[in-house]
Design a protein around this ligand. Structure first.
Ligand code: CTP
Length: 402
């Protein structure tokens, strides 16, 4: 239950995507949130208040003049105890009203009278989205501190294709979860490597490894959620870039090394999650190698150790390594941390982690071992970020004392 006890106001405005708001309400309740719903009149044309009432177990409010609210101050009361207002879908009309500060119905009035932050998940036709007036409104709203979840590009209900499709309910839930993460790394610049590397044998063949990149991407996302400015140097993977993260794609270990070398001096934290190939092919064939008679031998040259290089830099960022071991986890992890000269190492058993959604991680630092247990990779990544933030704060305190 990632949103346990969070007090949300879900605003629904008129658009075909309103049918997805019912699923969003269901997911939010499942994650433990207290979901109060306010709908515009247009929204009730697409989905009924009864549906939302049944899904949230609370009255779905629609009317500015509803006499059931104490003191008949619905436009204020209904948002006062909320921690976040989420408007999904947010129509072009509603965003326009919000940008202009209009308050002609219950939801827009609640938004204008709010004390809590507001997140909007826009949903509209691509031309509406790209219209100069809409873009001007977005600019205004961003300047006013409104958070945006999406939109995405894709097929639209109107049959056109392009930007303006509402984020899926699961994606909006992820954005809400991210919103509530403590901003432990605000103002920090974090560099992350992720995924496998690909070492070419010839133009069509490569040596690589079984890393999916999921753990590294989860770490990048968790760092971003914690308020850091994140650069993700990624080997070839089939994953979407986490929102707000700057991604640089590389293939080989040498390319990854060159990119990291450039970014590391400006970073406060370096987290090496990539499963870097330790060796590359010494004499890469310029043309496809043809089948010969019998066995063949490849000569390999050692790749640079990116993490060890960054850790040895003058004014090195705070370095965190990952160790994928197949046996003797603690023993190998401790030896690896010492060899690389890094303050923190996250160790896991490769056979339990590769490609999976879950992982089981133990952290090793100067104070010993800290088992984070078995959990989804994003949950572990958030715990890792919290541990890094605590170590950075500890180091700062120690410097201040000295
Ligand atoms: N790493 C790196 N560059 C390399 C090899 C590894 O930056 N050329 C980083 C990984 O991103 C990880 C850590 O070093 O954070 C440990 O990687 P791992 O493959 O477990 O260890 P190795 O140092 O390669 O040692 P070994 O393969 O012998 O276990």
């Amino acid at each position: 239950m990632t949103l346990k006890g969070k007090r949300l106001l879900l605003g629904i405005t008129g658009g075909v995507a309103a049918y997805k708001a019912a699923q969003l309400a269901r997911l939010l309740v499942k994650e433990g949130a207290d979901v109060r719903v306010a709908m515009t009149e247009a929204a009730t044309r697409f989905v009924t208040p009864v549906t939302l009432q049944a899904l949230t177990g609370q009255t779905a409010w629609t009317d500015l003049w509803d006499a059931r609210v104490p003191d008949n101050m619905g436009h204020i009361e209904l948002s006062r105890d909320r921690e976040l207002i989420v408007v999904a879908p947010a129509s072009a009309d509603f965003l326009g009203k919000l940008a202009a500060g209009l308050a002609g119905d219950l939801l827009s009035t609640l938004c204008l009278a709010r004390r809590c932050p507001l997140m909007a998940a826009p949903a509209m036709n691509v031309e509406m989205w790209e219209n100069a007036a809409m873009q001007r409104n977005l600019h205004t709203l961003r300047g006013d501190g409104v958070f945006f979840a999406g939109p995405a590009a894709g097929d639209q209900a109107c049959g056109e294709v392009g930007m303006g499709r509402m984020f899926e309910p699961e994606e909006i839930v992820a954005e809400i979860e991210a919103f509530f993460q403590p901003k432990l790394l605000a103002g920090k610049r974090v560099l992350v490597t992720a995924g496998p590397t690909e070492e070419l044998i010839d133009p069509v063949r490569a040596i690589t490894n079984l890393s999916s990149g999921k753990m590294g991407y989860a770490v990048a996302r968790a760092a971003c959620e914690a308020g850091a400015k994140v650069t993700l140097v990624s080997g070839p993977v089939a994953l979407a870039t986490p929102a707000g993260v700057e991604r640089v794609d590389v293939k080989s270990a040498e390319q990854m090394f060159e990119t990291v070398k450039k970014a590391a001096p400006a970073s406060d934290v370096f987290i090496a999650v990539a499963a870097v190939a330790d060796y590359r092919v010494k004499n890469r064939a310029a043309q496809k190698i043809k089948k010969g008679a019998g066995a063949m031998t490849l000569e390999l040259a050692e790749n640079p150790d990116i993490l060890a290089w960054v850790a040895a830099m003058k004014n090195a960022p705070f370095c965190v390594g990952f160790a994928a071991e197949s046996e003797k986890l603690a023993q190998n992890a401790k030896a690896k941390r010492a060899k690389k000269g890094i303050p923190l190492l996250a160790a896991n058993l490769a056979q339990r982690a590769l490609g999976a959604e879950d992982n089981e991680i133990t952290l090793f630092d100067d104070r010993g071992e800290h088992a984070l247990g078995r959990a989804p990779k994003l949950e572990l990544a958030r715990k890792l970020i919290a541990h890094i933030a605590a170590m950075l704060a500890g180091a700062k305190r120690a410097r201040a004392k000295a």
